[in-house]
Write a protein that binds this ligand. Structure first.
Ligand code: 5GP
Ligand code: MN
Length: 319
């Protein structure tokens, strides 16, 4: 689908609901809020509907007043826009509201996207949804202000790990440079996003490191977290973001996995790879998805079984 069609839909509809994915990250939140602010500025009713609280790391974002907590009712909207959302399941409870809207749009950069909306724009060459939203706002000729620029910069910076990951392109840098021209303080944002950590996250990191297991002669690293570990560190599930990188950063590791016990029979896996392993294909095998170097899935089984199933699959790809 051409980006022009998506832009036409945004221009022709006045009641727009924006949907970030569940377990929201910097990219989906920054992109969603930026789009909502830009559409509000041109006189449209635009809301971002979420079903979880904003992780504390992103509470500093401007424009949080665009967010609305999801309520289970029969309301609907004219145009639904899912952002950074690889499949319908990632809309969580809000999938029903999404389906009730007159037109549905899906804007994403995951190669595993299932094109679940009426209109789908997927560009896997983009580092982040933030880059796509920037292009949309530019093509629509709507005003970008400093708040919108901060949100888009956060979206791009977080999905590229501060412009370090292999999804960072020359275009990514060009877009970030243009965003900096709106007067944002990149140094301060980087410090907030990548350096400052809560004490509970430091304590959690210490506990999670103790669970490290290495397989396949050093090429695979597994880490684990559960409620007991979270409690002992005084941490919340959002504090687990990024912990999988502890495994990935170990010299010689190709694939790192963080397994989070959500319930007795529900394990969320976050996966990362370094050079060649396509973790999106592993995640897809377990009905998840993502990118070649960063992906995730949920396995409905207890921890030991989930671990052995996932390890077998990772071994196939790594060895
Ligand atoms: P993270 O490990 O940071 O949560 O996710 C890594 C990447 O995989 C992100 O782009 C995220 O959107 C995607 N991802 C994580 N979990 C899932 C999942 O369960 N399903 C799908 N389709 N994508 C996922
Ligand atoms: Mn993203």
């Amino acid at each position: 689908m051409d980006l022009k069609h998506i832009i036409n839909l945004l221009q022709q509809n006045d009641d727009i609901i924006i949907f970030p994915h569940v377990n929201p990250d910097g990219d989906c939140l920054g992109s969603s809020i930026a789009l909502a602010m830009a559409l509000t500025n041109i006189g449209k009713k635009a809301r971002v509907i979420v079903e979880e609280n904003v992780p504390s790391a992103y509470e500093f974002l401007p424009g949080l007043e665009c967010l609305e907590m999801y309520k289970e009712d029969k309301s609907n909207g004219q145009l639904a826009v899912a952002i950074d959302t690889g499949d319908r399941k990632r809309l969580g409870e809000r999938a029903r509201l999404f389906d009730r809207c007159k037109f549905t749009v899906n804007i994403d950069h995951h190669k595993t996207n299932t094109s679940f909306a009426d209109y789908n724009f997927i560009d896997a060459s983009k580092s982040s949804a933030g880059e796509i939203i920037f292009d949309i706002l530019k093509s629509m000729n709507v005003k970008i202000d400093k708040s919108i620029a901060v949100c888009l910069y956060v979206a791009i910076a977080t999905d590229t790990g501060g412009f370090r990951y292999s999804n960072t392109t020359a275009d990514t840098h060009r877009t970030a440079a243009k965003l900096m021209e709106y007067g944002l303080n990149a140094g301060e944002l980087s410090s907030r996003l990548f350096e400052v950590v809560s004490k509970s996250k430091v304590l959690l990191t210490a506990e999670v490191i103790k669970t490290l297991e290495i397989f396949s002669g050093g090429k695979i690293a597994f880490l684990e977290v559960n409620d007991k570990i979270l409690e002992s560190a005084g941490a919340v599930p959002g504090d687990c973001d990024g912990l999988v990188n502890i495994g990935r950063n170990i010299e010689g590791v190709e694939v790192a996995v963080l397994l989070k016990e959500i319930g007795n029979n529900e394990i969320k896996a976050n996966m990362r790879s370094n050079k060649y392993a396509d973790v999106a294909s592993i995640a897809s095998f377990f009905s998840g998805g993502g990118h070649a170097r960063a992906a995730g899935c949920t396995i409905y089984s207890h921890m030991n079984k989930a671990k052995s199933m996932l390890l077998a699959k990772v071994r196939e790809v790594v060895e």
